[in-house]
Design a protein around this ligand. Sequence first.
Ligand SMILES: *[C@@H]1O[C@H](CO)[C@@H](O)[C@H](O)[C@H]1NC(C)=O
Ligand SMILES: *[C@@H]1O[C@H](CO)[C@@H](O)[C@H](O)[C@H]1NC(C)=O
Ligand SMILES: *[C@@H]1O[C@H](CO)[C@@H](O)[C@H](O)[C@H]1NC(C)=O
Ligand SMILES: CC(=O)N[C@H]1CO[C@H](CO)[C@@H](O)[C@@H]1O
Length: 273
Amino acid sequence: MFTFLFLILLAHAMSPVSSQDKSIFLLAGQSNMSGRGGVINATWDGIVPSQCGPNPSILRLAEDLTWVPAAEPLHKDIDVNVTTGVGPGMSFANAVLANDSSLGVVGLVPCAIGGTKISLWGRGSFLYDQLVRRASTAVQDGGKIRAVLWYQGESDTVNKEDAELYKGRLEKFFLDLRSDLQLPSIPIIQVALASAQGPYIEKVREAQLGLDLPNVKCLDAKGLELGPDHVHLTTPAEVQLGEMLARSFLRTRPNPLKNSAPNRRRFGGNKLL
Ligand SMILES: *[C@@H]1O[C@H](CO)[C@@H](O)[C@H](O)[C@H]1NC(C)=O
Ligand SMILES: *[C@@H]1O[C@H](CO)[C@@H](O)[C@H](O)[C@H]1NC(C)=O
Ligand SMILES: *[C@@H]1O[C@H](CO)[C@@H](O)[C@H](O)[C@H]1NC(C)=O
Ligand SMILES: CC(=O)N[C@H]1CO[C@H](CO)[C@@H](O)[C@@H]1O
């Protein structure tokens, strides 16, 4: 009898994955979404702030399409040709869970690749297909895609044509993605670049901030700290960005107070506001 119960419990503990109530988030874009926090001269310093620590309720979809416990660097087997570090994903996941326990298990689906222009993300491209394939696999054993987090654009600031076509391409990408995921109003939270190497930064920012689609939000990265390479967000800035994304996502949720009472006490409440 006890053995039986033990086996049931064991089986349960070994499959944290089965839950119908997994909340899935797609992470896509360039290096700042992939994560370069703590990477200096192609070496990651290995520093993981507490906000980005592992949590039994946070999983990631690995490159081989299996769910594994999530840990930094979240994109290490996805953005494989570079050294990855801390990105916004883990602090985002920890923050949304602390604020809304009804989200259940958070499943992160990393898909960002450094140095990629928007034209590389168009429908039919390798990156687009990979994103849709990983998203479809992610929901196969239950769960629901709750939002898309998108941070991209630096590579489109370099030449004029890319910058001018950016708005149209971005809008088409969002619409195609929603249509192919069959989630026509899935929240998309994008981040507007604060600066860029290329001269056409203002054109790209304008497109990002001016995109007018329902349920697409834009956060401004202005004020977030860049590392010594002047190209990538530092670890503290990535933590901050993850928390900004979390606040923005939580605002899309109906009545978060109702379901989060126990966590609110435990985590000391209003930090996120
Ligand atoms: C990174 O490399 C540059 C150039 O080789 C060097 O000047 C700098 O000290 C290095 N920084 C660190 C933190 O190792
Ligand atoms: C990594 O580099 C290889 C060889 O250049 C290339 O085929 C592959 O697409 C790259 N992968 C990523 C994720 O950048
Ligand atoms: C990273 O983000 C910062 C802040 O938005 C931006 O200035 C920079 O261009 C981004 N770098 C890349 C490679 O996207
Ligand atoms: C953005 C958001 O929904 N924040 C909620 C986080 O939790 C606090 C309570 O601790 C709520 O007051 C906020 O509304």
